[in-house]
Design a protein around this ligand. Structure first.
Ligand SMILES: [Fe+2]
Ligand SMILES: [Fe+2]
Ligand SMILES: [Fe+2]
Length: 446
């Protein structure tokens, strides 16, 4: 492999290395957040996993909740629609094979009797069977994750049925709840809107396409409502607003979480990430508790230490955007696969920086694989450029890994783990920080 030139390294660093872009909320601690705000941000990782244009899940949530309110549903049901829309493809994050095409689009191509050539062109390499199986699996996997996140059964059911068609004999959507029918319609309609070249074309052709789907793919009553929405400027202005994410977050669906509830909810998110990455579930939470203790041991305030804990719980959220086939590969990764995996801190940083008051945490998470000798990723930061909080995340994770059983070795005693870690002083970690860490975990005489 050719060595990267000094100039190209400098260019990457310059682009990455701008902590001023991330406001430091560490002083004021963890902001007050709702489940809706956190999941709105995380949904960006799901778009990546599904191979969709960024913001797909957010736009589906916008269409769905707009529709639910327009239909006069009670607030509790609007909230169910919102969460199910946002998470409709959460199961995709756990899939090994990702179907490359929306089935509704495939069905439409065939139903509209396009030319045989066009149908053949749209058929994936392995045939339709793989696609159909993957579709069924991601619906079931998604419903399971939704339950683990503590959302109710209506949300889980809507996620499980989001690819069902209104008129299909095997799984008739007509029997599903109104929440499920809205979610299925919103996903199809957003995919259709996203497939059109320009907003003007969508406005002109959209209503006709929705009428064609009515009674076949979409509940006719919902289709009629959607056609009505298409004539309202406010609907389109909201959909194409650059601050759509902020607007969705501001609704604070699910209500504000208290400190303990927030830790609990993010703990579940961390468990989902652990199981996706084939790790022992609960490991992320354990590491986060160590990190908080270490932050306090480094004379940080309680508030800042809380934010370090939150950042640690979310450190690997970016892996949701990396194909599970790569993460679960038992073999040595190719260079391409390796660079895909190395995108996870950047994904996480961009996802988290969308959350109000999360600037500092986003920056730390983005740096959790940096090394002080400049050999880390993605920014190749050096020395003091690597934030102390990012190093605390890395230290806590390394310590937990060494002191846990692995398939190929027994857990090390804490003192032995510390010896290994001290060998990383000056390369991976700062020597002074390692000393602090040692006294915090009670292994030094100092
Ligand atoms: Fe899906
Ligand atoms: Fe979708
Ligand atoms: Fe990581």
């Amino acid at each position: 492999m050719a060595m990267a030139s000094k100039a190209s390294i400098q260019a990457v660093r310059a682009e990455f290395l701008d902590p001023t872009l991330y406001d430091d909320a560490g002083v004021s601690g963890v902001p007050r957040l709702s489940k809706g705000t956190i999941l709105t941000a995380i949904s960006r990782a799901l778009d990546l996993a599904e191979g969709r244009r960024s913001g797909h899940a957010q736009r589906v949530a916008y269409v769905g909740s707009f529709l639910a309110e327009d239909m006069g549903l009670p607030p509790a049901q609007v909230e169910e629609v919102f969460f199910a829309c946002l998470l409709h493809d959460v199961g995709m994050a756990t899939m090994r094979t990702v179907p490359r095409m929306e089935p509704s689009r495939g069905a439409r191509i065939i139903a509209n009797a396009a030319s045989a050539k066009e149908i053949l062109n749209s058929m994936p390499a392995g045939g339709w069977n793989d696609v159909i199986e993957a579709l069924n699996l991601h619906c079931e996997a998604g419903a399971k994750i939704v339950r683990r996140l503590g959302l109710n059964e209506n949300v889980a059911q809507a996620v499980a049925t989001h690819h069902d068609c209104w008129d299909a004999s095997s799984a008739p959507l007509g029997a599903a709840s109104i929440v499920a029918r809205i979610v299925a319609a919103a996903d199809r309609v957003e995919s259709m809107i996203d497939g059109e070249a320009s907003p003007l074309m969508v406005r002109r052709r959209g209503p006709q396409i929705v009428r064609e789907m009515s009674g076949r793919e979409i509940d006719p009553e919902i289709a009629a409502r959607l056609v009505g929405l298409a004539s309202r400027d406010e609907f389109w202005l909201g959909l194409y607003d650059n601050d759509l994410a902020a607007a969705l977050m501001a609704a604070n669906y699910g209500g504000m979480l208290g400190r303990e509830d927030l830790f609990g909810f993010l703990g579940v998110v961390s468990d989902v990430v652990d199981s996706r990455n084939g790790r022992e579930v609960g490991r992320g939470r354990r590491v986060a508790d160590i990190a908080r203790t270490v932050a306090l041991g480094c004379d940080m305030t309680e508030r800042r230490a809380d934010l370090v804990k939150v950042a640690t719980l979310l450190q690997d959220i970016g892996t949701l955007g990396i194909p599970a086939s790569v993460l679960a590969k038992p073999d040595i990764l190719t260079i391409d696969e390796m660079s895909t995996v190395q995108l996870h801190p950047t994904y996480a940083r961009d996802i988290l920086s969308e959350i109000p008051g999360f600037g500092a945490a986003a920056w730390w998470v983005g740096c959790h694989h940096e090394r002080i000798d400049g050999k880390g990723y993605p920014g190749m930061l050096e020395g003091d450029e690597v934030p102390i909080e990012a190093q605390i995340i890395g230290l806590s994770e390394a310590f937990d890994a060494l002191t846990s059983d692995r398939p190929y070795r027994r857990a090390m005693a804490p003192a032995d783990a510390m010896t290994v870690m001290k060998g990383l002083a000056g390369t991976r970690f700062d020597g002074y920080l390692l000393g602090r860490f040692e006294s915090v975990v009670g292994l030094s005489q100092a």
